[in-house]
Design a protein around this ligand. Structure first.
Ligand code: UD1
Length: 427
């Protein structure tokens, strides 16, 4: 077990390259199951969640090799359709393997992912989309047994633009017989990266002018070379840290378009944000202003994954910010730790009212999920004194060496071994 120790209050300066997107890399790795070939995936971050996805691929019969940030996946000989519980539990988004394993082998057996700290996280939309494509699915004692002799294209209507359900339906539909129209599909940039990847492998997927996804089923997909898009949430986390600690930072590999809603929030808070073609420069000095209302929404709205980091930043803004979490019913676990650091936050169901205090104080706190952990790093970087963050393995699920990133920008931040107690796993 490890802890991160931050000595806060030092402005961040310099430039840093943003890592590849975890939430794009994971469904792309799941998509590899569909391919009869060898695939090279560049800009693949080295994270515990990515390692868990690689372990699943190996279990299914693929070979996976990493060289720096490039993964080579040989999926010519997929031989297995069962994903054992321990691999499913490693990472909640492993459910996205359901569609591709079913499409490739005609069967899939895996345990249903349970709830977690940020909410119930049901999979009913995933299952009904797969059933619409012809899958038979039985669920007994938490184990999902899926069969489909031949998946057939269908019109699927998602009542909510679920990212996971969109990806699962897409993975099952690309090699199905006939055409599929996925109405109400998620529009997250990571879904578009999956579409780009699949098309490079020979699939025929396009967005309709309404934003639905139209898939022309193709019987066979080959390998390709693909570069994973930059991680917009990792970029947003650094931006929040600059807002909290002050400074002037150039983010490289940070295309501004996917961050448009977030950039608006940073500007309203008083940060200066200069978008380039593939870069973002953010600067902040003095006390930020509260933002009257932030509401998390499906893309292109403000991302739920950025809510915790931006809340940490706004804990010391002048005035009161209202933050409404509309995606998950229970995503305010960072509030307790932020209060330990002196934040004044009132919770009313899915809304948090953050009344800015002049400063946060360093404290011993614990990360209970990935984005909550990132928010504690942001809070620690802006706080007076020393913050000790435990539960670092949650942060490692989504951020590649978070302390090294902030060290490059001049922060006093270290990782060290820890023998203290840890929290259960989530997100
Ligand atoms: C969500 C986020 C995604 C983020 C990820 C990890 C959205 C729209 N999605 O994706 O940006 O990266 O968490 O934090 O912001 N739901 C159902 N039934 C289902 C599937 C989902 O009711 O079968 C509900 C969930 O309970 C939740 C909402 O839909 O309230 C969002 O779900 P979804 O987009 O599927 O979640 P993820 O794919 O995990």
């Amino acid at each position: 077990m490890e802890k991160i120790i931050v000595c806060g209050g030092k402005p961040l300066r310099g430039s840093v390259r943003v890592q590849g997107a975890k939430n794009a890399a994971l469904p792309i790795l799941a998509a590899c199951v569909l391919l009869s070939g060898v695939t090279t995936i560049e800009n693949c971050p080295d994270l515990s969640d990515v390692r868990a996805a690689c372990a699943i691929l190996r279990r299914l019969g693929c070979t996976v090799e990493r060289s720096g940030h490039t993964l080579t996946v040989d999926s010519r000989f997929v031989s297995c359709y069962t994903i054992p519980n321990e691999l499913m539990r490693e990472m909640r988004s492993s459910i996205v393997f359901l569609g591709s394993v079913l499409a490739r082998t005609g069967k899939a057996v895996l345990c249903a992912p349970g709830g977690c700290a940020i909410g119930r996280r049901p999979i009913d939309l995933h299952l009904s989309a797969l059933r619409a494509l012809g899958a038979e699915i039985d669920e007994q004692n938490g184990v999902l047994c899926c069969r489909a002799r031949q998946l057939c294209g269908a019109v699927i209507s998602l009542p909510f633009p679920s990212v996971g359900a969109t990806e699962n339906a897409l993975l099952a539909a690309v090699t199905a017989r006939g055409n599929t129209l996925l109405c109400g599909a998620a529009r997250e940039p990571e879904v578009d990266d999956l579409v780009l990847f699949l098309n490079r492998c020979g699939a025929a997927v396009r967005r309709t002018p309404r934003g639905d996804l139209f898939v022309r089923g193709t019987p066979w997909l080959h390998g390709c070379r693909h570069r994973v898009i930059p991680d917009r949430i990792a970029a947003l986390t650094v931006m929040a840290a600059v807002g909290a600690a002050g400074g002037d930072v150039l983010l490289q590999d940070a295309p501004p378009a996917p961050l448009e809603a977030a950039i608006g929030v940073f500007r309203r808070a008083g940060c200066s944000v200069e978008p380039g073609e593939h870069t973002l420069r953010i600067a902040a000095a003095g006390r930020l202003r509260a933002v009257p209302c932030i509401r998390t929404l499906p893309h292109p709205g403000f991302p739920t994954d950025g809510q915790a980091a931006v809340m940490a930043m706004l804990c010391t803004a002048q005035g009161t910010t209202k933050i409404e979490e509309t995606i998950f019913e229970n995503r305010f676990h960072h509030v307790a730790a932020l209060r330990q650091m002196g934040a004044c936050i009132r919770l009313h169901g899915r809304t948090a009212e953050v009344e800015g205090v002049p400063f946060l104080r360093g404290a011993a706190v614990s990360a209970c999920d990935l984005r909550a952990g990132a928010s504690l790093v942001v809070a620690g970087l802006g706080a007076r004194g020393v913050t000790v963050i435990r539960g670092v393995r949650h942060i490692d699920r989504g951020y590649e060496k978070i302390e090294a990133c902030f060290k490059t920008l001049g922060a006093q931040i270290e990782r060290s071994a820890d023998s203290g107690p840890e929290q259960p796993k989530s997100e």
